[in-house]
Design a protein around this ligand. Sequence first.
Ligand code: BDR
Ligand code: CA
Length: 307
Amino acid sequence: MRKVIIDVDTGIDDSLAILLALESPEIDIVGFTTVSGNVEVNQATRNTLKTVQMTGKSVPVYKGCNLPLVKSYIDATDTHGADGLGETFYELLKYEPEEQYAVDFILQTIKENPDEITLIALGPLTNIAMAIQKDIKTLSLVKQIILMGGAARYHGNCSPVAEYNFWVDPHAAEIVFKSGLDITMVGLDVTHKIVLSPNIREIIKQFKTPLSQFIYDITQFYVDFHWKQERTIGCVINDPLVIAYLIRPDIISFNYGKVLIETEGIAVGQSVVDFSKKETNTKIVMDVDVKEFFNIFLKRLFPNNLE
Ligand code: BDR
Ligand code: CA
């Protein structure tokens, strides 16, 4: 079993990624850490707790940074809804995050488990950059960082060239890519292929379980957003691909390159990727077997409905 910490800014696709991770026996989730991104950190923490509670499991949730390092904070409630979970305005059993600050939890856990912890980052990289700044010696004992953000080919959802997680906190992304740590980047140009189609959504609804209804409900806002925004049918779910990659690395192809982050100006948040191989700092996901992704996703979340 692989020990992981999952850092989230829980909006709709983070929630789906959390569910997939919780239902995957290969992954031992030591804790979730939260950060401001899609929604501000208190709401991201609520949404993380709600998602964990949907599975009946118990994994600690640690609250982290509420603002990007330098840039002013801009949420993504236009995409994920005012509550970050598609304006379902759900009820929470209890709001009980852990007392320890997420950045300290990350550092302490890595120190106690040298070369064993994989850090999964599904939101802006503020918590990870703070941990690097606070104690790079400890953070260099991390086994690997796998993150959703940026793009290998020029592709953006906040500008023509910038992806949301890097765009929200480009200075944090820059610190992470300059850290010398072992980084895998799962970018928007690949996650964009993971479209939850109306067909798959309706199949999920037909499973008629509390979890299937939850997924159907939280994705409705996302579907409406995609239609309004770009006249596409269905919705792109970015973050679960990182978890699927952990479970089945064979569904993905990759290349090595050097990633630099633009922190200022019209291209702020852009990941500039050089594949000339003179110097590399990142393993970069290049393509995915979409059909196999959905096989994994559905079989893990609904094993009893797919026998
Ligand atoms: C990323 O930004 C967020 O809106 C999603 O949760 C995902 O992590 C995609 O650009
Ligand atoms: Ca996210």
